[in-house]
Design a protein around this ligand. Structure first.
Ligand SMILES: [Zn+2]
Length: 186
């Protein structure tokens, strides 16, 4: 996986690009949590559920349909996230769904069950520039850690920052207010 610090880049970019009127702080925090949620499957290993199959790391919790279903469910609580159902759905879906996509762009670790349950096949994209973090976390304190960090800055943080700035330029404040249901367009 990219490190747990890099998955939140997606919701943070959406928050930065769309502004707090559309993505209020509470919704942004939810997006950050949802962006790392798929890796809870690491716990399955601790309780000995499965070494292989859909419960193994990067299994069903990384599937796009699961991100969709979880986002549909929690968008129902949009009021508690201080935003609209539509923005809550998209933020949560993109935050959680992007996790598997980023994992499938890493150059190591297990392949990803992105298309489960429609396909049991685990996938990697052919374009895999993101340095996978080593199994032995202590290596992160060595030169390998710097390599991983540099790779994530280049292939995750830089592109999403550019995308956020473009969103900021393209979505005018009036549109943002209208989308948020908070007023008329300027
Ligand atoms: Zn993952």
């Amino acid at each position: 996986m990219p490190s747990l610090l890099s998955h939140p880049a997606i919701p943070l970019a959406l928050g930065l690009g769309l502004g707090r009127g559309l993505i209020p702080p509470r919704m942004l925090v939810a997006g950050i949590l949802f962006s790392v949620l798929p890796d809870l499957d690491l716990l399955f290993g601790y309780v000995g559920w499965a070494e292989t199959g859909i419960f193994a790391h990067r299994g069903f919790t990384h599937a796009m349909i699961v991100a969709w279903a979880v986002a549909v469910f929690f968008a129902g609580f949009a009021r508690y996230l201080h935003g609209s159902i539509v923005t809550a759905f998209w933020l949560l879906f993109l935050s959680m769904g992007s996790h598997g996509v980023l994992d499938a762009m890493t150059n190591g670790g297990a392949a990803v069950a992105l298309a489960w349950p429609f396909s049991q096949e685990r996938l990697f994209f052919s374009f895999r520039p993101i340095e996978a973090i080593p199994q032995d976390f202590s290596l992160l304190l060595s030169e390998k850690g710097l390599e991983v960090m540099a790779s994530e800055l280049l292939w995750v943080w830089l592109p999403v920052l550019v995308a956020a700035l473009l969103l900021r330029l393209l979505v005018r404040p009036g549109s943002r207010r209208r989308l948020a249901g908070g007023g008329t367009a300027s």
